[in-house]
Write a protein that binds this ligand. Structure first.
Ligand SMILES: C[C@@]1(CC(=O)O)C2=NC(=C\c3[nH]c(c(CCC(=O)O)c3CC(=O)O)Cc3[nH]c(c(CC(=O)O)c3CCC(=O)O)/C=C3\N/C(=C\2)[C@@H](CCC(=O)O)[C@]3(C)CC(=O)O)/[C@H]1CCC(=O)O
Ligand SMILES: NC(=O)c1ccc[n+]([C@@H]2O[C@H](COP(=O)([O-])OP(=O)(O)OC[C@H]3O[C@@H](n4cnc5c(N)ncnc54)[C@H](O)[C@@H]3O)[C@@H](O)[C@H]2O)c1
Length: 205
């Protein structure tokens, strides 16, 4: 059984061994998360090369050796050589986070399939049982929670801060925090205006 967490990787060193298609997908997510990415591989894809040229990551043009992961907070073993991936797993210290892309049993975490809508993150994992099913579920969720949720989540954030600052009655606070997450509220034209109305009504009850 795994334990789901959301990792803050800002400025953390992440070492990716291998620079192929799978490494590329993981690297995109890692850069989005503002990690300091180091890629170790004799060859890399055109997109990874572009990221190197932009200064978004560091490329060590070489085959893997143990020293490469010494300072790593998180490691991804993503070569197409099973034996190399296995030596990465063996070289990792017990306190390091490691994902071996072709061997879930040597990994101490898996990368979930993810939908991001601003501050909202929805992650799906099958624990390696079926990554394709995870991706399928991700597509279904992406349809239900469409791009409009990004602004809505930002609004909820601001609104919650306002409620926490201005409402001391815990029942009313709960009521307001609850009502702004209702589907009927989300579908209104102007959230700000609707919230002001609700606020006045609930506070005067
Ligand atoms: C979610 C996602 C995240 C990401 O990688 O970013 C992810 N795999 C994705 C895609 C994908 N994976 C595979 C194909 C090719 C299928 C095909 O066409 O044949 C495709 C499709 C593609 O490449 O497009 C094959 C595959 N995957 C693993 C093995 C090794 C093995 O199981 O032994 C094999 C080879 C054996 C096989 O073929 O089954 C292992 C893992 N893959 C995981 C994650 C972890 C468990 C996730 C979970 O289930 O919880 C885990 C354990 C390790 C890890 O990598 O973290 C991403 C979906 C992104 C999205 O949302 O679209
Ligand atoms: N976890 C997943 O999501 C997932 C999905 C599909 C496939 N896979 C598995 O991932 C593996 C990688 O697939 P790919 O399509 O990215 O492969 P690929 O052939 O596109 O890339 C392999 C990369 O590994 C590098 N490499 C080879 N030997 C190395 C070494 N000794 N040190 C450092 N780098 C080295 C190569 O230079 C290349 O950059 C495959 O074994 C496949 O089974 C995993």
């Amino acid at each position: 059984m795994t334990y789901p967490i959301m990792l803050d990787l800002t400025n953390k060193q992440v070492v990716v061994i291998g620079g192929g298609k799978v490494a590329e997908r993981k690297i995109r997510g890692l850069i989005e998360a503002k990690a300091n990415v180091v890629v170790v591989a004799p060859e890399i894809t055109a997109l990874i090369q572009q990221l190197v040229d932009e200064g978004a990551l560091v490329w060590r043009k070489k085959c893997f050796s143990r020293e490469d992961i010494k300072e790593a907070f998180l490691i991804i073993a993503a070569t197409n050589e099973r034996g190399v991936n296995e030596s990465v797993a063996q070289a990792a210290r017990p306190h390091q986070l490691i994902n071996v892309v072709d061997n879930p049993t040597q990994s101490n975490f898996y990368v979930p399939s993810t939908v991001r809508r601003g501050k909202l993150t929805i992650a799906v994992s099958t624990g390696g049982a079926s990554p394709i099913l995870a991706a399928k579920i991700r597509r279904e969720i992406a349809e239900k929670y469409d791009e409009n949720y990004e602004n809505y989540i930002d609004f909820l954030y601001e609104c919650r801060q306002y409620i926490l600052r201005n409402v001391s009655d815990s029942k009313k606070k709960q009521q307001l925090l609850q009502v702004i997450t209702d589907e009927s509220f989300r579908k209104t034209e102007n959230w700000e205006e609707e919230f002001q109305k609700l606020f006045k009504r609930i506070m005067s009850e």
